[in-house]
Structures are given as C-alpha cells and as structure tokens.
Design a protein around this ligand. Structure first.
Ligand code: NAP
Length: 254
C-alpha cells in the first residue's frame, strides 16, 4: 500500500497555533514526523497542539518567533535544533492580520505587515533552515498562499501583493536549490472550514459555494493533506508549483 510516510523527518510549521496550521502540524505528525509547533502570541494553543502531537508517539515542541524578525527566526532555529534536530520540512503558514479596505484607503502599515509576514517570513525561513537541508541533500519547503492571489478581488490588495511577492521569491528559490533535491511549493487554500467555523456553526456559505465547481467549502484537513503530500517522497519530482486547493475556484492556465 502506498502511504505518506514522514517517519524520521523533522518538520516546523509556522502559525501552528492558528486555524489551518494546527491541522497541518497534526497531520505531519500522523505521517510520522516530529514537529516544531510555532506560535507568535498564542502559546496556550501551541502547547495544546504539541500535546496532541506527543500523544501520537512522536516528538513535538512549541517554539515562538516573530517570523519577520531575523534574530527571532534564527533563535527559533537554534531552539528546534537543540530539541528535535535540524528540520527536513518547513511549512511557512503564518500570516499577519490586515484591514480589508480598498487600495485607496489601505494604510501603508497593512502593506508592510503583509510584506513582512509573506515575503520576509519566507526569506528568513529559507535562510535559517535550507543550509541544513543542503547538507542532507533532501528538503521540503511548503508555503501557504491563497486562492485570493489569483482572484485579485477588491479590498484584498495588501494580501494579494504580499502573497504574489512571496510567489516570486519561492519560484526563484526553487530554481536555486533544486539541485540539492529540495523542493519549494505553494499550497493555495480557498475559503476553508476550520475550528472557528465549527465553533460558530458557520461551515456553510451559499454565496461562496455557488461559485466553487465542487459546490462546497473545503476543510482544514483537505489543505493539510496536500501539505503532507508535498512534504513527502511521493512529491519528489514536483517543485516551483502553486497548487490551488479550492474545489476548482481558481484554475491557473497552462
Ligand atoms: N483560513 C482560510 O480560509 C485561508 C484561506 C486561504 C489562505 N489561507 C492561508 O492559510 C494560512 C493560515 O491561515 P489561518 O486562517 O489559519 O490564519 P490564522 O488562524 O489567523 O493564524 C495565523 C497564524 O499566524 C501567526 N502569526 C501572525 N502574525 C505573526 C507574526 N508576525 N509572526 C509569527 N507568527 C504570526 C499566528 O500566531 P499567534 O496566533 O500565536 O499569534 C497564527 O498562528 C495563511 O497563510 C493564510 O493566508 C487561509
């Protein structure tokens, strides 16, 4: 039977205290990986997720950093190295909040926030963790984008600019480090059902679902499944791609 086997691998998931990241972290652990559970402010949730992962019989450690702060990301790398070893898999998932307003009203701080949490985050994670992957001759960089990066809807200019900037960095990086058998890919969720919706009873949204070819919203688990696949040897010949996981809501042209 073909399975996603990450046993013996070490992963770090940024924003693992958040809605989608916590499921990615647990899913990588279910595939056998040890996982560093990154958080920014919500230590309690990161500890809870790390506890759930440990109960699966693999190692987990909560780690804190501002992902746009160079010294902070390096300190996080050193803490992970000490607790778990050098990660083979990095999942760059964290994102900062911003105000959904028109470009004419958007504050420059929102642009800076998206640049920092999308572009700089991915740069600093690569600089911190890819050198050890090069030494091993194997590695996985999985970055979380969004269907919004292709939709260009009104009020999302800061978010779209951040994710599109990140896309440029990641495609160049895929070419620069591919020779070391390190793949660099993006997973782009649609508007996804997570704990927040389950708690509020807001899983269904007719207006959105109508536009989706599969006629439903996707789940956090369906996003995490693709992250696990791209992190595995099953995806060994895929790099430089943007994978929409949004029921067909966006379809990049060939
Ligand atoms: N949810 C969706 O429907 C959806 C759709 C498309 C794409 N996405 C993408 O999926 C990813 C996760 O989204 P989400 O909805 O799960 O987000 P979320 O629940 O808002 O979680 C965001 C995470 O990022 C962390 N974070 C925020 N600012 C940070 C900073 N400066 N430094 C370090 N960490 C920081 C937060 O940490 P603390 O909470 O610990 O402070 C939290 O863990 C994002 O890249 C997003 O663009 C989500």
């Amino acid at each position: 039977m073909l399975t996603i086997d990450l046993s013996g691998k070490i992963a770090v998931v940024t924003g693992a205290s958040g809605q989608l990241g916590r499921v990615m972290a647990r899913t990588l652990a279910q595939c056998g990986a040890d996982v560093a559970v990154h958080y920014h402010k919500n230590r309690e949730k990161a500890e809870e997720v790390a506890g759930q992962i440990q109960s699966l019989g693999v190692r987990a450690v909560p780690v804190q950093a501002d992902v746009a702060d160079e010294a902070g990301v390096r300190a996080m790398r050193d803490a992970i190295q000490q607790e778990l070893g050098a990660p083979d898999i990095i999942v760059n998932n964290a994102v900062a909040q911003y105000q959904w307003v028109s470009a004419l009203e958007q504050r420059p701080e929102d642009y800076e926030g998206q640049f920092r949490s999308c572009v700089l985050h991915n740069l600093l994670m690569a600089q911190a963790f890819v050198p050890a992957m090069i030494e091993k001759g194997w590695g996985r960089v999985v970055a979380i984008s969004t269907e919004c990066a292709m939709q260009n809807f009104p009020s999302q200019s800061a978010y779209v600019a951040g994710k599109r900037g990140m896309d440029g960095l990641l495609r160049v990086l895929a070419k620069e480090i591919g020779a070391h058998q390190i793949t660099v890919n993006q997973v782009a969720p649609g508007w996804t059902i997570s704990d927040r919706d389950r708690e509020a009873g807001t899983e269904s949204n007719e207006g959105y679902e109508k536009s989706v070819p599969l006629k439903r919203r996707g789940t956090d688990q369906e996003i995490a499944n693709v992250v696990a696949f791209l992190a595995s040897d099953l995806a060994s010949y895929i790099t430089g791609v943007y994978v929409p996981v949004c029921g067909g809501n966006v379809m990049p042209a060939i």
